[in-house]
Design a protein around this ligand. Structure first.
Ligand code: UFG
Length: 320
C-alpha cells in the first residue's frame, strides 16, 4: 500500500515507518519537524517537510501520491502543557486534524489509522479499562483526542470514512535505531535514564498521595515496537482498540526497575502532583489481540533495557 504517515519523524512515528517499510509498504512522511527529527525519518521513506496547517502542501501531497491510507500521528501530546495551553491542543490536534480528513476525502483516500490515547478515558471507574468504558478526559490533550475520534465517527457515517483508532497507553522503550528524543523531555522513563547517564541529578516523583499502594501514579507501559506492529495490523480492520500491556506499574516501580537495569542509584525526590494526571491507567487490550492477533513481545524490563541501550548510544539524542 502507499501510506502517508503524518508525524513520521517523531518518536512513535519513526518506528512505525520502519515497520511499514519492512512490510513492503511505500511510505511518505509529512512532518514539520516542530517536534520530530530529520534523522528519525527512514532513508527509504519520501519526506515532505510540512505541517497540516499548510493546506496547499497537504492537497498537493495527496494529489501527487494517491494514498491508499493515512496513519495520523502528528499531534501535541503533553498532558501538563495541555492544561496550561488548551487552545494550542485544540488547534493542532482537532482543527488541523480535520483539515487532514477533508484533504483525504477530497482526494479519494478513505482509510485512516489514528493515534489516540488512554487519556480519552480520564479517571477510570475500574481497571483494566475496556474500549467501551466511559470517556471523560481530565485534560485538554485527552479531550482533543476524543474530539477527533468523534469527528471520525461522524465522517464515517456521512462520507464513508474508514477509521481505526488506537488508544495508546504509555508508549515507552526504543527501537535499536530509532529512539525517544523530546525537547524538553517530560516523560518518566527517558528522564530516569538521563539521571542514570549523569545528565540530571535526580528524578522528581509527581505526587505521593494518590490512592495507590505506594501513593504514586500507576501507568501501563507498552513498547514502541509493539505499538508499531499494531498499526500494520490496523490497516486491515476498522475499529477502536486499546494498546497496553494489561500490567500497571507505579512511578516508584519504574524507578526501582531502572536502578536494577542501569546499576545507577537514581536519586528521587518526592514533589507535588502534576495537574491533569489520573491516578491509574491500565489497559484491557484483549480486543485487539483477539480481533487482529496483536502479540506484544516486550515486558517492562525489556522496555527499560531497550531505552537504556539507545540512550547510551545516543546520549544527546538525534543530531538533527
Ligand atoms: N512522572 C513523574 N516524574 C517525571 C515525569 C513523570 O513522576 O519527571 C510521572 C507522571 O506524573 C505520571 C507518570 O510518571 O504519573 C508517567 O508520566 P509520563 O509523562 O511519562 O506519561 P503520561 O502518563 O503523562 O502520558 C503518556 C503520554 C500521553 C498519554 C498517556 C496515556 O505522554 O500522551 O501517556 O497514558 F496520553
Amino acid at each position: 500500500m502507499r501510506i502517508l504517515v503524518t508525524g513520521g519523524a517523531g518518536y512513535i512515528g519513526s518506528v512505525i515507518v520502519k515497520k511499514l517499510i519492512e512490510n513492503k509498504h511505500e511510505v511518505v512522511v509529512l512532518d514539520d519537524l516542530s517536534k520530530g527529527h530529520k534523522a528519525a525519518v527512514h532513508p527509504n521513506a519520501t519526506f515532505v517537510e510540512s505541517g497540516l496547517k499548510n493546506l496547499k502542501d497537504l492537497d498537493e501531497t495527496f494529489k501527487q501520491f494517491n494514498f491508499n491510507a493515512v496513519i495520523h500521528m502528528a499531534a501535541y501530546s503533553l498532558v501538563g502543557e495541555s492544561v496550561e495551553k488548551p487552545g494550542k491542543y485544540f488547534r493542532n490536534n482537532v482543527i488541523y486534524g480535520k483539515s487532514l480528513l477533508d484533504a483525504m476525502l477530497k482526494n479519494g483516500c478513505k482509510k485512516i489509522v489514528f493515534s489516540s490515547s488512554a487519556a480519552v478515558f480520564g479517571e477510570p471507574k475500574s481497571v483494566p479499562i475496556k474500549e467501551n468504558d466511559p470517556t471523560i478526559p481530565t485534560n485538554p490533550y485527552g479531550e482533543s483526542k476524543l474530539m477527533f475520534e468523534n469527528i471520525m465517527k461522524w465522517y464515517s457515517k456521512a462520507y464513508g470514512l474508514e477509521y481505526t483508532s488506537l488508544r495508546y497507553f504509555n508508549a515507552a522503550g526504543c527501537d535499536e535505531e530509532y529512539g525517544e528524543h523530546h525537547d524538553p523531555e517530560t516523560h518518566l522513563i527517558p528522564i530516569i535514564i538521563q539521571v542514570a547517564l549523569g545528565q540530571r541529578d535526580y528524578i522528581s516523583i509527581f505526587g505521593n498521595d494518590y490512592p495507590t499502594d505506594d501513593g504514586t501514579c500507576i501507568r501501563d507501559y507498552v513498547h514502541v515496537s509493539d505499538l508499531a506492529d499494531a498499526h500494520i495490523l490496523a490497516l486491515r480492520k476498522n475499529g477502536i482498540y486499546n494498546l497496553g500491556s494489561n500490567e500497571g506499574y507505579s512511578v516508584k516501580d519504574i524507578i526501582e526497575a531502572a536502578r536494577e537495569i542501569t546499576g545507577h542509584k537514581i536519586p528521587a525526590k518526592e514533589s507535588h502532583r502534576r495537574p491533569g494526571d489520573p491516578a491509574v491507567l491500565v489497559a484491557d487490550s484483549s480486543k485487539i489481540k483477539k480481533e487482529l492477533g496483536w502479540n506484544p513481545q516486550h515486558d517492562l524490563k525489556s522496555i527499560i533495557k531497550s531505552a537504556w541501550l539507545w540512550h547510551q548510544k545516543n546520549p544527546e539524542g538525534y543530531k538533527e
